[in-house]
Design a binder for this molecule. Structure first.
Ligand SMILES: *Cc1c(COP(=O)(O)O)cnc(C)c1O
Length: 427
C-alpha cells in the first residue's frame, strides 16, 4: 500500500488556489488555514482522499468572519431577547452599512468643523417626541437609568415603590444598578400597594428624584394600587419614568403599555426607554424630557462611557424616520393574514408528505414588554422531532414546542421569509 501522506497537497499550495485565496480575503488567513489543516489531518487519517482536501476545507468554512448568525424567529415572541430583540428594518440596515465606514458622525461637511455627535438621530428623536424639551441617547435603558442616578442623585436618595423593584433579566436588577452609583434607595409602599402619602412622607432634602419603573415583565393583580405620574409630579421633586419598551406614543393594541408622550404630558421630568424593544430599533437607551436636566446628563463625565457608536445612531435615525420597522409590522399583523400564510405553507408541506397543519395559537410581545398580553397568531404545526434539525441549519429556524408539537409561529416571521421557512422544513 502506498503512503497516502505523499499525495496530500501542501498548505501554501492550497491557500493559493482561487477558492481558498478568495476565502482568505473574506475570512482572514487564520480561519482558512485552520480549515485546511483539519482537512489535511482527515486525509492523513484516510477519512478522505488527498485530492478532496481543498474541497473539504472550503465546505468547512464559515460564511462570515463573525460567529453571530441570522436566525428566523418562529417562536411567536415578537421581541425575543435571546434572539437579539428587534430585527432592524431594511432602511436601518442600509443606514448601518453606510455609516460603517468613515462617516460624518461628528463632522460638519459644510463648514469643515467639528459638529454635534449624532445630531441626525437626536433631531429624529426630538421630532418623534415633540413633548420632550431635550433628548439624549445612551447605550441602553440600563445606562440611561445609571446616568440619571449618577447625575441627579449622587450620594442622595431615589424614592421608588417596592412594587417596582424590578429584575430585568440575566440576574440584573434595577435597584442594584441604581445603588451601584452610590445613590440610596428610599423604598415606599408594599409589593402590591403604594399611595401618594407614602411618597410624600419619603420626600426630604436628600431626595434626588422619584423613580417610576414600569413593571414590564410581570403583572401584579388583585388588591393593588399605584400612583400615576400626574400625582407624583405634585410632590415638588423631579419624577423620572422608566417606561421600558420604548413606545413613543400610545399604541391601540397595547392600551396598558406606557409611552413617552403620555408620560411627559403627565408631567414626568424625564423618560427613559429602550431602543430595541417596541420601538423596533438598535440597542439604545433613550432619555427624553426637561431640556436642562437632559443637558446635565449629557455633560456628566460618565456620559462619555455610556455613549453610542455611529452604527447605533445610524440605525436609530433610520428607524425613527424610515418605514415601519419589523417589530411593529409583526405586532400589527392580522391573525387572519397569519393564518392564511400558515395554511398556504402547511398545504405545500402536506403535498410533500410532511405531517403539517395550520393552527391558531397565541403569541407574545416579549422582551420585557406588555406582560400578559396575548396576540392571536397562527403557526405551522409539525411533529416535535423537527425542532432540533431546524435549529441546527445554516440559517436556523427557532420554533417553540407546545403539547408535543413543534410550532412555527408566523407572528414574528417576515412574510418575505415564508419561502425560506418552507425550504427549511423540506430540508
Ligand atoms: C427592558 C427594561 C429595562 C432594561 O433595558 P435595556 O435597554 O435592556 O438596558 C429597564 N427597565 C425596564 C422597565 C425595562 O422593561
Amino acid at each position: 500500500m502506498t503512503d497516502p501522506r505523499r499525495h496530500i497537497p501542501r498548505t501554501d499550495a492550497l491557500l493559493a488556489s482561487p477558492r481558498l485565496a478568495e476565502a482568505v480575503r473574506a475570512l482572514g488567513v487564520a480561519t482558512v488555514k485552520a480549515a485546511v489543516v483539519a482537512a489535511q489531518r482527515r486525509a492523513r487519517a484516510g477519512e478522505i482522499e488527498p485530492s478532496e482536501v481543498g474541497e473539504v476545507a472550503v465546505a468547512a468554512l464559515p460564511r462570515l468572519a463573525a460567529s453571530l448568525r441570522r436566525v428566523i424567529n418562529a417562536t411567536g415572541v415578537v421581541v425575543h431577547t435571546n434572539l437579539g430583540r428587534a430585527p432592524l428594518s431594511p432602511a436601518a440596515r442600509a443606514a448601518v452599512d453606510e455609516a460603517a465606514g468613515t462617516t460624518d458622525v461628528e463632522f460638519d461637511l459644510v463648514t469643515g468643523a467639528r459638529a454635534k455627535r449624532g445630531r441626525g438621530a437626536l433631531a429624529a428623536l426630538a421630532d418623534a417626541v415633540p413633548d420632550a424639551g431635550g433628548v439624549h441617547v445612551v447605550n441602553n435603558n440600563a445606562a440611561a437609568l445609571l446616568l440619571c442616578a449618577l447625575a441627579l442623585a449622587p450620594g442622595r436618595e431615589i424614592v421608588i415603590s417596592r412594587g417596582e423593584l424590578v429584575e430585568i433579566g440575566d440576574g440584573f436588577r434595577i435597584p442594584e444598578l441604581l445603588r451601584s452609583t452610590g445613590a440610596r434607595l428610599h423604598e415606599v409602599g408594599t409589593t402590591n400597594r403604594v399611595h401618594l402619602r407614602d411618597y410624600a412622607c419619603a420626600i426630604g432634602p436628600d431626595t434626588g428624584f422619584v423613580l417610576k419603573v414600569h413593571p414590564s415583565n410581570f403583572e401584579v393583580t388583585g388588591f393593588t394600587s399605584t400612583v400615576d405620574i400626574a400625582e407624583l409630579t405634585t410632590l415638588g421633586v423631579p419624577v423620572i419614568a422608566d417606561i421600558g419598551s420604548g413606545l413613543l406614543a400610545p399604541h391601540p393594541l397595547l392600551p396598558k403599555e406606557p409611552d413617552a408622550a403620555s408620560a411627559l404630558r403627565a408631567g414626568a421630568s424625564l423618560v427613559t426607554a429602550s431602543g430595541d424593544k417596541l420601538l423596533g430599533g438598535p440597542q439604545a437607551g433613550l432619555l427624553l424630557g426637561d431640556a436642562e436636566l437632559v443637558e446635565r446628563l449629557r455633560r456628566h463625565p460618565a456620559a462619555r462611557a455610556l455613549r453610542v457608536d455611529k452604527l447605533t445612531l445610524a440605525a436609530l435615525e433610520a428607524t425613527l424616520r424610515g418605514p415601519l420597522p419589523p417589530v411593529r409590522q409583526a405586532l400589527e399583523a392580522s391573525a387572519d393574514d397569519l393564518f392564511a400564510r400558515a395554511s398556504a405553507l402547511a398545504a405545500k408541506l402536506s403535498d410533500a408528505g410532511v405531517d403539517a397543519e395550520a393552527v391558531r395559537c397565541l403569541a407574545a410581545v416579549g422582551g420585557g414588554g406588555a406582560p400578559g398580553v396575548e396576540l392571536p397568531s397562527a403557526a405551522v404545526s409539525l411533529p416535535e422531532e423537527y425542532g432540533e434539525p431546524l435549529r441546527l441549519r445554516d440559517v436556523p429556524v427557532v420554533g417553540r414546542l407546545e403539547r408535543g408539537r413543534c410550532l412555527l409561529d408566523l407572528r414574528a416571521v417576515a412574510p418575505a421569509d415564508d419561502s425560506e421557512l418552507l425550504d427549511a422544513v423540506l430540508g
